[in-house]
Design a protein around this ligand. Sequence first.
Ligand SMILES: Nc1ncnc2c1ncn2[C@@H]1O[C@H](COP(=O)(O)OP(=O)(O)O)[C@@H](O)[C@H]1O
Ligand SMILES: [Mg+2]
Length: 230
Amino acid sequence: MMVKFYNISVIYPGKKRALDNITFTIEKGEFVYITGPSGAGKTTILKLIYSEIQPTEGVIHIAGKDVSRISDKSIPYLRRNVGVVYQDFKLIYDLTVFQNLAYALEIFYMPQKEIKLYVEAILKKLELYTKRNMLVKFLSGGEKQRVAIARALINNPPIILLDEPTGNLDEKRADSLMQLMDEFFQDKTVLFATHDKALIEKYPARILELNNGRLVFDSSLKNEKVNISD
Ligand SMILES: Nc1ncnc2c1ncn2[C@@H]1O[C@H](COP(=O)(O)OP(=O)(O)O)[C@@H](O)[C@H]1O
Ligand SMILES: [Mg+2]
């Protein structure tokens, strides 16, 4: 088991209940879509896994550790388990490819010499080495995707989170992203938040569907869709 949510609720300041008693388990190496309409709670689930927020109620285990009530100082350590591909990739456009990747390691207080080794290795793996000194703003869309994937993989985390990475992509770009994931996330536990139903149909995998903070469907449990009207 890589990710376990047990009776998780999140109430944001202002009393907004973003997640309501969510329970699921994700095994090592699984690929799972987190789906549902805007505001359903997809990003909140990813933020919990990344320890950006903590649950109001319930217990979360990540890679065997209870992260539900962790102290601030253990957060950087936990984040080593998790690589993130953000919506619109969130790259720093006025930095080079190399600098963008190095930055992702500096937050772990890694020494510069070691950072250089890690960055060069991932640049070669993703076939970005010749682009290393280019500013990100001058890259093509496909190259930006590769940098975003490289950044998520840079410290070889077992878990990868993607938050609507195909949100603004045409079908061709979405296809190329799926191919990159197929190639480079093979041994990863992947949680992919998306409301893109066509993409899920084209590339089927396990689905966790949220609506208004509730888990209304888990395709790994073979039961019927829960009726969400109260
Ligand atoms: N920091 C926050 N403070 C208050 N409410 C929030 C915050 N972040 C998200 N929400 C609310 O929580 C709900 C779930 O949000 P989110 O997880 O971002 O949904 P999704 O990613 O599925 O669009 C939404 O109603 C959203 O407005
Ligand atoms: Mg979101």
